[in-house]
Design a protein around this ligand. Structure first.
Ligand code: ZN
Ligand code: ZN
Length: 298
């Protein structure tokens, strides 16, 4: 099968305005429709950590006006999502020929009350699906570090933080995935640090193995993989993709679109790389999505 020739007709990893996206739900739907997308899911950030406001990037986000996605108060975050989901449902009603879903990209944390907090939010919000993600390294009362903080730490320290980041991901996507009282449908950007040029292929391969062993579908994130620093053509990137193939992980393709124009972008390069690495368990059609990621129908 030539997956390159297939037209992927779904997009589940998107961000809209009010969170850290640039375009409205309505404009995202219009753009998706124009590109032949049949299933469009909104997966804005669900990020709650008790020391979020002590984190270095909090003030940075504040300057850019999207600090509301970095929360230390679950009820405020729930309120924000309830409003957003209502908007998505209104747009869904106006577009009955498309499948428009209320999802979220949920940050997984190792702090002790995290899973109770997340379960509480999921009970209230009832999202159609949840993308698990780790954007941060938890430093307890000092808050969290993001990949940029890791990038700018001095050399040896940066390497150690990167290792800790991946160890964290392994923990959170392994045992923790199945101890949660709700479903996580797939895992976002397993090698997020490549966004800022931080490569650790051994650890990336370790995460792939962990995801595959635990039956967690892997995302190929087109925004990340086609970014300037990613190095899609590097031989180590190929080896990691070959590992996805070897381990037989289920694969979904995501745009991680933060604007309407990025829906459906970058897919050809990523699909070529996936095909070159021998990945075959890759979802290309809306009709197959529920089989790949156990998507609940709304
Ligand atoms: Zn993300
Ligand atoms: Zn995202």
């Amino acid at each position: 099968m030539n997956i390159v020739s297939e037209n992927i007709d779904y997009s589940l990893h998107t961000h809209s305005v009010g969170f850290d996206g640039h375009d409205s739900v309505d404009d995202m739907v219009k753009a998706a429709r124009a590109k032949g997308i049949k299933t469009l899911g909104f997966s804005n950030h669900f990020i709650v950590h008790p020391y979020m406001k002590k984190s270095p990037m909090y003030n940075y986000a504040k300057n850019l006006g999207y600090e509301n996605i970095y929360s230390d108060n679950v009820d405020k975050t729930i309120e924000m999502f309830l409003k957003h989901y209502q908007e998505v449902r209104d747009v869904r009603q106006k577009n009955p020929d498309m499948d428009i879903l209320c999802g979220m990209e949920m940050d997984l944390f190792p702090y002790s009350r995290w899973s109770d907090m997340a379960a509480y939010a999921v009970r209230i919000l009832k999202p159609d699906y949840i993308i698990g993600a780790v954007h941060f390294l938890d430093r307890g009362p000092q808050g969290v570090l993001n990949v940029h903080d890791i990038e700018f730490a001095p050399g040896a320290e940066s390497r150690q933080l990167l290792r800790e980041y991946y160890q964290n991901v392994e923990l959170l996507t392994g045992y923790n995935w199945y101890s949660l009282p709700f479903d996580l449908n797939f895992y976002a950007h397993f090698n997020l640090p490549r966004k800022v040029g931080l490569y650790f292929p051994e650890m990336e391969r370790y995460i792939i193995k962990s995801l595959a062993l635990n039956g967690v579908p892997v995302e190929l994130n087109t925004a990340l993989m086609t970014s300037a620093k990613y190095g899609l053509g590097n031989s180590d990137a190929k080896t990691v993709l070959q590992d996805i193939a070897k381990n037989g992980a289920n694969v979904v393709v995501s745009d991680d679109a933060h604007s309407a124009k990025n829906i459906g972008a970058g897919r050809t390069a990523v699909l070529n790389a996936a095909e070159g690495a021998g990945i075959t368990n890759i979802c290309t059609k809306s009709a197959d999505l529920s089989r790949f990621i156990h998507l609940k129908s709304h």
